[in-house]
Design a protein around this ligand. Structure first.
Ligand code: UDP
Length: 315
């Protein structure tokens, strides 16, 4: 029997890669996106194909679709700190109301449900690396709080639907991910550094650059999510690449990779910027037999061509 997956945020960076994966696995795919940060360009290759349907819609409103649905992946959300600053209310609404509406649809369709959560639930972490059992250190009223708290609420809502309505749910906590289809100007470090380096502009490192991140190639994430959806694990699972690097060293790495002449300049560190971040992925290894296959050097090289093209066309 055909299986049908509904992916919210399906025209976004991660959502569109998931549309590809499920479509290629033979699923019918319903992609929903209001295109405020997503882009139709990410799914043009799928539009018009049998078994793929795009609906432009804001999932914070009452939601219904025709026919059966077997799986819902809730990936709609602004996802970069600049987006949260510009769209704080939408960010809060899609994490809260959007999660409620999509869970309601899962209940109506008797569908499995997978929530895209985030390493941001750990805030500026006091535990390192971060295990799923860590409860986090989040400033609820800070600028990033609109994202962090919406996702924390979304996790709570997902667990409530699991416990009270017996919906079959999954929660993935996604750590920093990169790859093609990232917006060149979404403000995050990785696309910003690529753009600046390829244009030989100064690379803007915030603070002194000693803060760390751990970057994962998008194909590894998609594989982890696919496995999690197929598994029976209801509690949250970290999916990330534990290869950690300081932002200053990362800026140098991008300069080297792109053979750029850019210099590094330092700008003010945004409020509540997490100082360290590294996933503990022992749970994903144990229950999903998953670990990232792409080291940072290989993944960045694969992504370089995409950014070169972006800079050429939209730089
Ligand atoms: N950052 C930076 N320069 C930029 C953009 C970001 O130094 O132009 C820093 C940011 O302060 C943070 C890290 O890079 O410490 C990663 O930021 P990003 O926005 O990519 O994602 P986050 O992991 O903070 O959500």
């Amino acid at each position: 029997m055909e299986k049908r997956v509904l992916i919210t945020g399906g025209a976004g960076f991660l959502g569109s890669h998931l549309c590809d994966r499920y479509f290629n696995e033979g699923w019918d795919v319903i992609c929903i996106d209001n295109l405020i940060t997503g882009s139709a360009g990410n799914i043009t290759h799928l539009i018009g194909k049998e078994g793929f349907k795009f609906i432009k819609y804001d999932v914070t409103n009452y939601l219904d679709v025709d026919g059966p649905v077997d799986l819902i992946l809730h990936f709609a959300s602004p996802a970069s700190p600049i987006d949260y600053l510009e769209m704080p209310i939408q960010t809060l609404k899609v994490g809260s109301l959007g999660t409620h509406k999509t869970l309601g649809l899962a209940r109506a369709k008797n569908a499995r449900y997978l929530l895209a959560s985030t390493s941001e639930v750990y805030g500026d972490p006091l535990e390192h690396p971060q295990k799923e059992t860590y409860w986090g250190n989040v400033n609820p009223t800070g600028y990033r709080g609109v994202y962090d708290e919406a996702k924390r609420f979304a996790e709570a809502m997902t667990m409530a639907y699991n416990r009270y309505h017996k919906i079959d749910t999954r929660i993935v906590r996604i750590f920093n991910t990169y790859g093609s289809r990232m917006r060149l100007r979404d403000g995050r470090a990785l696309p910003t550094f690529f753009r600046q380096a390829l244009q030989n502009e100064p690379i803007t490192v915030f603070g002194n650059g000693s803060q760390t991140r751990s970057f994962m190639f998008v194909d590894d994430l998609v594989e982890g999510i696919y496995r999690l959806a197929e598994s029976s694990e209801v509690e949250p699972v970290n999916i990330g690449n534990p290869q950690e690097i300081s932002i200053l060293d990362f800026a140098k790495e991008i300069i080297e990779l792109t053979e750029s002449e850019s210099e590094i300049i330092f700008k003010e560190l945004p409020a509540d910027d997490p100082q360290i971040r590294q996933p503990d992925i022992s749970k994903a290894k144990r229950i999903l037999n998953w670990e990232p296959k792409t080291d940072r050097k290989t993944g960045l090289l694969k992504t370089l061509e995409y950014f070169k093209e972006q800079v050429l066309n939209h730089g």
